[in-house]
Ligand binder design. Sequence first.
Ligand code: SF4
Length: 767
Amino acid sequence: MSTEDQRQVNYQSSSKFTGIQLEKPTTYAAGLPAVKVALQHALKEMGVTKSTQGLFKMNQKNGFDCPGCAWPDPEERSKLGEYCENGVKALAEEATNKHVDAAFFSKHSIQDIAQWSDYRIGKSGRITQPMVLKPNQKFYEPISWEEAFNLIAQELHQLAHPDEAVFYTSGRSSNEAAFLYGLFSRAFGTNNMPDCSNMCHESSGVALSETLGIGKGSVKLEDFDEAEVVMVIGQNPGTNHPRMLSALEKCKANGGKIISINPLVEPGLVRFKNPQEINGIIGHGQSLTDYYLQVKINQDVSLLQAICKKLKILQDQRGQVFDLEFINQYTHGYEDLTQHLDQLDINELVELCGVEEALIDDVVDLLAQNNKIIICWAMGLTQHKNGVENIKACVNLLLLKGSLGKPGAGTCPVRGHSNVQGDRTVGIMHYVSPHLNKAIKQVFNFEAPTQTGVDVVHSIQAMHAGKAKVFIALGGNFVSAASDTIFTAEALQKCNLTVQISTKLNRSHTIAGKTALILPTLGRSEMDLRYGKPRHFTVENSMGKVHRSKGILPPASKQLKSEPEIIGGIAHTYFGKTHPVAWDTLSKDYDLLREKMSETLKGFDHINEKSKGSGFYLPNNVRDLDFSMLPHQKAQFSICKTPNHQLKKDEFLLMTIRSHDQFNTTIYGLDDRYRGIYNERRVVLMNESDMKDYELNSLDIIDLSSHYNNKERKVSRFLVVPYNIPKGNLAAYFPETNPLIPIDQFADKSHTPISKSVIVKIKKAAQ
Ligand code: SF4
């Protein structure tokens, strides 16, 4: 890159401290403080009228889907409001009255903006018109939609091969937009479709597909009412999927037990004060976790194997612990698994996982007596080198207990972004689906490419190596979401063109290719009008239910286009009128687009009708106990290895985490209320005995570094916060610590970055 082209100077959040205050972690989640904080955010960003209008319709059957996580809505929706604190924050962020327009961009160069923290960048507001950053320029300037589409088409035409383009998707996009985008990528000739699930639940998808035949979970919301035991592993629902706490509360009220497995004791798993109930406002609320197993980072397999081994001993002694009828009829590999369990040394497993054996025995007793078991998990399991095996170890336990295909039991990977699951269902994937390609040929009359494309990690490597030259992002904040921030930023800057289809300003707009476009789009909550009539689109929740979403708020600007219209505009300009796909028509007529989706996608027949009301469930073979698509036509037990990090004396395992004021890469505020950390994000949570060993006091400043393949990566100036975390483990927020995660360190098979188990060293910095 030439020196004139060095427009971006800062790849990561500002390293300035913001004035930390520490308190004791709370002992519960939600309650009155959650209501208060939620309202403060709503009123500050949206004002009274918009807040009332928006919140009244969010997650209601005739309203719009929350732009936050993918937790499902109950059949009966509360009139008081069917949302949580983080849902309100997500809405406030999207429907903010603050705007980023041409005047803003003429005042702030991208170098200026790059100096700001992620929080400040995000708080700038909604982008109101298309903008372009021309080669060697420092300021974005306005561009018309037509010019923007022409510019993209021109760059795409100049590529030597379709694989020189990358089409990234974030989990916010609707089914309709994602379907059209995938269709365009395939018509263009590439499967280079990385998506945000590559960075989160890809390990779940791989593990579940290999063991159960479908890369999604099997439970429905009502299963929580009937579950006898719910295991929550590597997940913090109080912050990341708060309405899940209502489901856990109901499970407890019906006599169910909850086992939580996590390196940090998260208040949201301890007690829930449901803000919609009197007991939640003025009473003690509901205690949730019955057994809290504070496992060491990345030792979930050791713990799950210890549990399975102890269950096997009970099974051998007294029988009736495993569901042998289920195992015989539906599974393959039982003998191999039990032989493997027999060979494992229980003392070693207990030592590795760091959980007191008596507590493991209590959990084993509980599991031995019950068969309706749900296992929920999130990034705490998926973002490790052995992420896929972590999930397989969960599946082993469920298979041993026959806890699949019956009410109150099953797998529950909890998705973090509102339509991340739907995007994959409608065709956003980098691998080849022969079935989908065949359907595309039949419905759209073109041959889709048969070469596997690149996922997130490999798309970054391809851009860095100059093998990919155009990057288009349908939503998201790619540079802050991906691992190895500096490498990722360099990769994007090497592109000839980067295109960000966005609602709000984010750091990725400051990490630009030689030419960069920002194409502003409508948010979830905004009215999407065509000939004066509001249109709806569809999304799929974490449990495989597809339903409608219709925005009701006035758009932030008249110049915004919907995502399908932007994709259609690019495709129509690139292909012209003679292409077999009527891009222009399809991008505007969503009913017609959905009819085409019905013809192309499995389970989407009659979607226009079926998506009404609370929607419809997509087919799920695990619910039907049909494993005929697997190699042995049966669900598969797995042999999982216990991870061995072989840490040196001065090394720690670091997991990156979210704060409570954060949703993925969006920073709503600087507080992490449940953990008692206020007004600061540059912190490292550390065990007090480790602090003593390193002669560190609370709020001392340290630098962190990782060393992989002879390369040092560093982040500087973080404040030490003493915390209840296992010895030898650290936790710190992302994206601030993403630069420590090497691009080439990812989970086997799924390629999910190892964000939850990075080996790091610490060093005391100048105070
Ligand atoms: S639980 Fe998730 S989907 Fe529901 S309101 Fe909260 S953030 Fe939105």
